[in-house]
Design a binder for this molecule. Structure first.
Ligand code: AMP
Length: 592
């Protein structure tokens, strides 16, 4: 297939008329107020994400339509209609009421892709309780850190995860009042200090009147990482539902008869905004696969589950590419009509691979925890420039800025009007799903804004046709398999090992997962480096941080490069690792 710089859309690509057909006209006429009218609102005038996602349909024509379809290797599929999901989420909201957990209280969820997780998230939102999903592959330390920063009162998890990751740390999470356990694979839930969620749900009423939340009330607290310091809790409000709905229309082109599969785990923001909320808002049937990645299984699911819209990630696509085209050729995807991807740069080869193997190009889109929803996208009607993230959606104003030297606050920026100039990607503040703060960290929040622009921390450029191209991160955070990892969190865990004197952590480029976490460590006096110690330090990090966050590689240096002010120079470690120019080393302690 010829690899032209532009992939033009064919009639095959557009066999379902897309919601966003005329980009220029839609951008001109769009308003967030009008977008809000597509939703129902609470009877008393408030706005609630779960009401819009579930109850609105449960009371209408889609009541018996399948909302969520869970599949796994063990046992038959489990399906929940919109009406059943409404009843189950009502039960969960009633459980919270019985426990005295109410509006504004904080609930954390740590589980695999179990039905109870979806019920808990949506039920808590109905109750006005603020939800924080956590990734089930986190180790005890990232979990405890987040629960403590968020002052979590309730945790929903499984008996297995509780014993493995929570029990030993429970004393160190003083705000945690209730732990509600799901019996995974029929396990026991009789740990002292925990409650059996199944029993509580069975005893609860399935009638509940959604709490009168308002658009500005907090709904979700999503943790994200920065270069330094502890993870940041980004606060999102119920009003974000307007963006979830609009972007589900524009960027994912969801229609109610779609069978949708978002492969992101609900422990991360994509798995919440687009794995739970947006598809339900559009009344589609969502597939949820409880198993881990397996190329043959994924192709089979795409085919047999008759998926029409697929939202996945570059790492997954690269793993499918690695599995070879023969596997794909054993399957047909006649129902598949739109494929999108997010989370990391999508290489042009991957876009083309989609066209060759799935019969459709992959549509890259861009957003981040703080934006709450998709901001820049390749949508069905756009011609694709492989390698570009696409164009800002209607209602979103983006630009590239440079920072102006300014004394103190507030920071100042200048918009770079010329195309193809690299700078920081910025968005005009004020879209409905914009985060409303970092929990307990107003100063850090304020630093994200300048002259009415939200500064994303990503470097990018925009071409003369208005297509955005990702260049890199402006900070040191690591993206591994689509997951954002803060080097500081990893370094802190390494430093707890008795032999470690100092630690510096970088993302090392990897052809499949984007970056792998690599640690550089120097040892305390009296410790001798040998294989046993290396394995011990790696094992320690894995136990503390969990597989998703722990370093995959570790190297030892007699001393790590530091600035004169004492900061580990991660950039220098990275440049040396990759054999790149070391850049400005004038601040290096002891000279370059
Ligand atoms: P998170 O907050 O974990 O969703 O991570 C957001 C970050 O992932 C962004 O700031 C980017 O650095 C990166 N990212 C997300 N989508 C894309 C994309 N389409 N291309 C390149 N990087 C992306």
């Amino acid at each position: 297939m010829e690899r032209a710089p532009l992939i033009r859309k064919t009639a095959h690509d557009l066999r379902v008329p897309p919601h966003l057909a005329d980009y220029a006209a839609e951008c001109r006429t769009f308003s967030w107020d009008a977008a809000r009218q597509a939703l129902q609102g609470l009877p008393g005038g408030g706005l609630n994400i779960a009401f819009e996602a579930v109850d609105r349909h449960a009371a209408g024509a889609l009541r018996e339509h399948i909302a969520l379809r869970f599949v796994s290797r063990s046992g038959p599929a489990l399906e929940l209609s919109y009406a059943e999901l409404a009843r189950q989420t009502n039960r969960f909201a009633n459980v919270l009421q019985t426990l005295g957990v109410g509006r504004g209280d904080r609930l954390f969820v740590l589980a695999g892709r179990l039905p109870e997780l979806y019920v808990a998230v949506l039920g808590a939102l109905k109750n006005g309780t603020v939800v924080t999903p956590m990734f089930s592959a986190f180790g005890p330390e990232p979990i405890a850190t987040r629960i403590n920063i968020g002052a979590g009162q309730v945790l929903v998890t499984t008996d297995v995860l509780y014993r493995k990751k929570i029990k030993a740390m429970r004393e160190q999470m003083p705000t945690l009042r209730h732990v509600l356990l799901v019996a995974e694979d029929g396990g026991s839930t009789d740990d002292p200090g925990t409650l059996d969620l199944g029993a509580l749900l069975r005893a609860a009423s399935d009638a509940f009147s959604t709490v009168e939340t308002q658009a500005d009330d907090p709904a979700l607290l999503h943790f994200t990482s920065g270069t330094t310091g502890t993870p940041k809790g980004a606060i999102h409000v119920h009003g974000a539902v307007v963006t979830h709905h609009a972007t589900g229309r524009y960027a994912l082109d969801l229609h109610a008869d779609d069978r949708f599969w978002c492969t992101a785990d609900p422990g991360w923001v994509t798995g919440t905004s687009y794995g739970i909320i947006a598809p339900l808002l559009h009344g589609v049937t969502s597939l949820i696969d409880r198993e881990e990645f397996d190329a043959e299984r994924w192709y089979r699911l795409l085919e047999t589950e008759r998926i029409s819209v697929w939202y996945t990630a570059p790492t997954a696509i690269r793993m499918l590419m690695k599995a070879g085209p023969e596997l794909a050729r054993q399957h047909r995807f006649p129902e598949l009509r739109f494929v999108a991807s997010v989370g990391e740069p999508l290489n042009p080869e991957a876009v083309w691979w989609g066209k060759e193997v799935l019969g459709l190009p992959i549509h890259d889109n861009w957003w981040q925890t703080e934006t709450g929803g998709i901001m820049i996208a390749n949508t069905p009607a756009f011609d694709i420039k492989p390698g570009s993230m696409g164009r800002p959606l209607p209602g979103i104003e983006a630009c590239i800025v440079e920072h102006l030297e300014a004394e103190g606050e507030p920071p100042r920026v200048r918009v770079l009007e010329q195309p193809d100039v690299e700078g920081e990607l910025a968005l005009k503040a004020g879209w409905p799903s914009m985060f409303r703060g970092y929990l307990n960290n107003e100063a850090r929040y304020r630093k994200c804004f300048a002259d009415g622009w939200y500064l994303t921390g990503d470097l990018a450029r925009v071409d003369a046709d208005g297509y955005y191209w990702f260049v890199g991160r402006a900070d040191d955070v690591i993206k591994s398999a689509g997951h954002l990892i803060g080097p500081f969190e990893v370094e802190s865990a390494l430093m707890e090992h008795p032999a470690v004197a100092e630690a510096g952590v970088i993302g090392k480029p990897d052809p499949v997962v984007g970056e792998v976490v690599k640690a550089f460590v120097s040892l305390k006096d009296g410790f001798t480096l040998d294989e046993a110690l290396r394995l011990d330090i790696l094992g320690h990090a894995r136990k503390r941080l969990g597989a998703a966050v722990a370093p995959k590689e570790i190297a030892f240096l007699p001393v790590l490069p530091r600035t004169r002010s004492g900061k580990i120079m991660r950039r220098l470690l990275k440049a040396r690792e990759l054999g790149l120019p070391e850049g400005d080393t004038s601040t290096l302690e002891g000279g370059a």
